[in-house]
Ligand binder design. Structure first.
Ligand SMILES: Nc1ncnc2c1ncn2[C@@H]1O[C@H](COP(=O)(O)OP(=O)(O)O)[C@@H](O)[C@H]1O
Ligand SMILES: [Mg+2]
Length: 477
């Protein structure tokens, strides 16, 4: 059977980077082909070539076995390619309906037929399971809802090739499931789907084949059934998975954080825990359990009742860096310096040089890249943005770090660095409270796991009990 699409020996170089170094890739009709790889592996670049956004330096594209040159996105669309890109392509000030049908608004007698816009958009939104009025201004929707609008838009005319570039990154489990339903429906109609994700765990419910890119090369293409989770991650990072969690376990010191009977409406009830110097204590719960909200209640970001005692300073690293943790318009230096502004000059005189020195200190300590204090933080990868927020609290001398989903939206390589960093911080006597719904990282890092269900700690596991099977068993009860 001739594949829908083949890329053969594709090379793409940007100034200073060889993003793709002779990649072969193939997509068949009626398959979901997962594409994995660390950040920077070249996934998006390959997809943008297939979508006509970039012209390759060398190599060939074939549609239905015939060589094709794509000179523009319009060429790719004519060949049936629909790309849901990583960067939003929506217009926040237009309505949801207009966004879904942008470029092909139905018309009657030369005028936009708003009744038809509404009806057609509503149908597409229903397909992705999004229950919003098409007349709503797009900018008022949550990130995950906007993501689904983007998918609805890609479905708005007949494509043969659908590319989803990290489409589930901001979706909850149930929303992802709904998207998978849509994907399976399209597959049954012979559409070829390229599915890019960093959540290896979700592939089982959707993918037929998988390709792993590493440093711009294809290192594996195989039927999913012939691979294992651990094997795929090893291919992505090019090293053994066990090395992801290298952690010294120092003898715990004094109690740094004590929480007793903490309750916050709609978040948690009667939570008690302790974290000593040198410890990583985890709050684990499935999505919706409330586990990842508890750090905000401890930090006083949401109003709560109960006792919180801290020895030293606390730093809160929130889950959604982009909306809560970062100053997205700022530089790396400004983001790192944000909690220590008072130090950069006496009474209202602000000394850029001191802030820059502080930033350089943390950049070096955290191996933040690019290592430039004046780089705009918005341009950094998720992992490096996370380091900038961590650096802010380390510069402030925080002894207790409260982290909520620290690696959400962070690729495997940067994750390994964050884990190493947390290990180092504990070895240096700091205390970490890690709230996470990522079972791997909880089991890999924590000395103790408080399993949360419906806002309550239902079990505390320590020592040999900190295992995948035990934690999941308790969490799913
Ligand atoms: N428009 C561009 N200009 C310069 N460099 C780019 C551009 N797009 C991607 N790159 C670089 O190419 C490499 C691959 O990036 P990308 O394809 O986005 O990776 P992935 O999607 O796997 O994270 C990275 O080093 C990235 O910095
Ligand atoms: Mg990408």
């Amino acid at each position: 059977m001739t594949p829908l699409l083949e890329a053969v020996g594709v090379v793409k170089t940007f100034p200073g980077v060889r993003a793709l170094d002779g990649v072969d890739f193939e997509l068949r009709a009626g398959e979901v082909h997962a594409l994995l790889g660390e950040n920077g592996a070249g996934k998006s670049t390959l997809m943008r070539i297939l979508a006509g956004d970039h012209v390759p330096d060398a190599g060939e594209l074939r549609f239905d076995g015939r060589p094709v040159r794509l000179a523009s996105p319009a060429d790719a669309i004519a060949h049936g390619v629909r790309l849901v890109a990583q960067e939003r392509a929506l217009v926040p000030t237009l309505s949801v309906g207009e966004n879904v049908l942008l470029g092909r608004l139905p018309r009657r007698r030369g005028r936009v037929d708003w009744g038809a816009v509404r009806a057609q958009a509503a149908e597409l939104l229903a397909r992705v399971g999004l229950d919003v009025d098409p007349a709503t201004e797009l900018g008022l929707l949550r990130r995950d809802e906007q993501q689904l609008v983007e998918v609805a838009k890609a479905l708005s005319d007949e494509g043969r090739i659908l590319i989803l570039d990290e489409a589930t990154a901001s979706l909850s489990t149930s929303e992802s499931e709904r998207l998978f339903d849509v994907v399976r429906g399209l597959r049954a109609h012979g559409v070829g789907i390229v599915y890019i994700t960093h959540r290896v765990g979700e592939l089982a419910s959707v993918a037929d084949r998988v390709t792993v890119l590493r440093d711009g090369r294809n290192v594996l293409t195989a039927p999913l059934a012939e691979t294992s989770h651990e094997g795929l991650v090893e291919q992505m990072v090019g090293r053994r998975l066990a090395d992801l969690y290298p952690r010294a376990r120092p003898e715990p010191g004094e109690v740094r954080l004590r929480v007793d009977g903490l309750s916050a409406d709609g978040v948690c009830s009667d939570v008690s825990l302790e974290v000593r110097a040198g410890e990583i204590v985890a709050l684990f719960g499935l999505v919706g359990s409330g586990a990842t909200e508890i750090p905000y209640a401890i930090a006083g970001d949401v109003s709560a009742r109960g006792v919180v005692e801290v020895r030293g300073r606390v730093g809160l690293v929130p889950a959604d860096r982009r909306s809560e943790g970062l100053f997205p318009q700022g530089t790396v230096g400004r983001n790192i310096g944000a909690a220590t502004l008072g130090r950069y000059g006496p009474a209202g005189i602000y000394l850029r040089g001191r802030e820059t020195a502080a930033a350089r200190r943390q950049i070096a300590a955290l191996d933040l890249r690019p290592p430039r204090p004046w780089a705009p933080v918005a341009k950094l990868s998720g992992g490096n943005q996370q380091k900038a927020v961590l650096g802010r609290w380390l510069e402030r001398g925080a002894d207790v770090l409260l982290l909520s989903e620290p690696t959400r939206g962070v690729d495997v390589g940067a994750r390994a660095e964050i884990y190493r960093l947390l290990g180092d911080l504990c070895a240096g006597g700091r205390s970490v409270l890690l709230a996470s719904s990522d079972l791997d990282e909880v089991v890999g890092l924590a000395d103790r796991v408080h399993v949360v269900s419906r806002g309550r700690v239902v079990s505390v596991l320590a020592g040999d009990e900190v295992r995948h099977d035990r934690v999941l068993e308790v969490a799913t009860r």
